[in-house]
Design a protein around this ligand. Structure first.
Ligand code: PYC
Length: 313
């Protein structure tokens, strides 16, 4: 019998999330940091079946719903895309809570959501609006330069916002959807230069997200950025973990105060509204955005299908 995987799809400010409700692998119990290791080692083809073509695409982020460790938490979730497992995902957490509300599994108010990098607190404000209080975020290194072939020196900051980011303050072209190809090529070249130069996150993992910043298109907002995700796709939303890393870096520079509103535009012009609270040497960011349900159904994995587990690229 073909395997059936029950999913709900949503998009958060333009970026899609596919939440797996049933039909996923049993990852056992214990901390989510251990369960994601098991997922990666033993069930990677399941990740590919959910987000790779022909069922998905590079832009899709999947989230496997798992039982939380703490009975007080609403859910546990492991996010992934076509290239990697994510520590946290801001747009995905907003999509997850709107999905749970859609299914009648979450009401208005605060929900603990466990992820491999810690528990975040997501507040459902109405059926589509969610605020996520993220994991502590911080800038690890300021003004790191790498030589990008054909483009010269590119300087940016290394920062953690639930994923590792390289934050580049200036993009080579205007941050507009029609320049997505050029922005993607530049961000990929920067990421490759970081890899070659051995610039990594504090835990030794590669900097798999690159954010290119610039002025907002709408003067009511604070800034715009283009975020390259671990594969070749860019985030259509303003990127929750990228906004967290950006706010942490600005706080470290004295350019953002506790409680001050930061309105982060993404490449489509949609906005996450954020702020930070100081927490030791880090900040605790909160971001708010909206998600909408776009599909619900079942994925069918038939072993007779040559692409049952996705098209490997
Ligand atoms: O919103 O944090 C985020 C995110 C990470 C990758 C795609 N979206």
């Amino acid at each position: 019998m073909p395997q059936r995987i029950r999913v709900v799809d949503s998009h958060t400010e333009g970026e899609p999330t596919r939440i797996v409700l049933a039909g996923g692998p049993d990852l056992g119990s214990g901390p989510l940091a251990e369960r994601v290791t098991r997922f990666r080692a033993q069930h990677d083809r399941f990740r590919r079946a959910v987000v790779d073509e022909p069922r998905g695409s590079g832009v899709l982020v999947g989230g496997l719903l798992v039982p939380p460790v703490d009975a007080a938490s609403t859910a546990g979730v492991i996010f992934f895309d076509d290239a990697a497992f994510l520590g946290m995902c801001g747009h995905g957490t907003i999509g997850l809570l709107v999905t749970l509300a859609h299914l009648g599994r979450a009401g208005l108010g605060v929900h603990g959501i466990e992820t491999p990098v810690g528990t975040v607190h997501a507040t459902l404000r109405d059926r589509s609006t969610v605020s996520v209080q993220n994991v502590p975020s911080y800038r690890s290194r300021k003004g790191v330069s790498v030589e990008v072939p054909g483009e010269g020196n590119v300087t940016g900051d290394v920062a953690w916002g639930g994923n590792w980011f390289f934050l580049v303050p200036r993009a080579p072209v205007a941050l507009l959807p029609e320049n997505a190809g050029r922005l993607t090529a530049h961000a990929e070249a920067v990421r490759e230069a970081l890899r070659r130069s051995g610039v990594k996150g504090d835990d030794g993992t590669p900097l798999d997200h690159v954010a290119l910043a610039g002025p907002p298109a709408d003067a009511r907002n604070s800034a715009r950025h283009f975020v390259l995700c671990p594969g070749k796709a860019y985030d259509r939303s303003p990127c929750g973990t990228g906004t967290s890393a950006t706010m942490a870096a600005r706080f470290a520079d004295g350019l953002l105060r506790e409680g001050e509103v930061w309105r982060q535009e993404g490449i489509l012009g949609t906005v996450f509204e954020g702020s930070v609270e100081a927490e030791g040497n880090a900040v605790r960011p909160t971001i708010t955005g909206r998600a909408h349900i776009i599909a619900e159904g079942e994925l069918v994995v038939d072993e007779q299908d040559p692409f049952a587990w996705g098209i490997a690229r």
